[in-house]
Write a protein that binds this ligand. Sequence first.
Ligand SMILES: *Cc1c(COP(=O)(O)O)cnc(C)c1O
Length: 229
Amino acid sequence: MNIGENLNAVKARIAEAAATCGRNAEEIKLIAVTKTYPIELMNEAIRLGVTDIGENKPQEVRDKFEYVLPVRWHLIGHLQSNKVKYVIDRCSMIHSVDSIKLMDEIERLAALHNRDIDILIQVNISGEESKSGIDPQDLEGLLLHAAELKHTHVKGLMTIAPKAEFGDVSIHFENMQKLYNEIKGRNYTNVSMEELSMGMSGDFETAIKYGATMVRVGSAIFGARNYNN
Ligand SMILES: *Cc1c(COP(=O)(O)O)cnc(C)c1O
């Protein structure tokens, strides 16, 4: 496996997908998802120009952080309140915020560490029971709650689409884009719709078609994952 080739291929696919729908590829940030992959591969990717990496477990961020070259870290997986301590000083963005309780714990620790942190609200757009994220009808409560926070800033939305083998996922990306644009048109304090984080190795081109500004790509860059690592 050649990470450089894979990375170039993914970048070319992003550029192609953007061009197809008349978007500028510069608007789309590639987050290299490094969960389960070893530190050497992460550093190789960073040397090849990766600027943003995503991990889905807070403990993995904690364990890898000091060995990895300077890069922006994103927490993209489920976060329990008692694990915020592992990411608060290490991640520049948390994509997976789905409760007021979690917003408050992030705010408490951000204040304690005297830093600011950006968050995305994770939406369960497909309504699948197995998915984390909040129901679209509960989103407004979190957006209103942002006004209470000083160190924690809502910058957009995130979603994980169902696997493509369950049928066409376009509708979920399309619904996310509608939701994102609706919120953009309203005025919530401490909320700005700058980032729409959606799309993974299997579906990022479709996500780009529906306005993704961040795509989270792992296996297309690093190869198949071994969860026993
Ligand atoms: C693992 C993961 C990804 C990347 O998945 P690939 O299919 O390997 O590209 C993206 N987002 C989240 C939340 C993940 O956990």
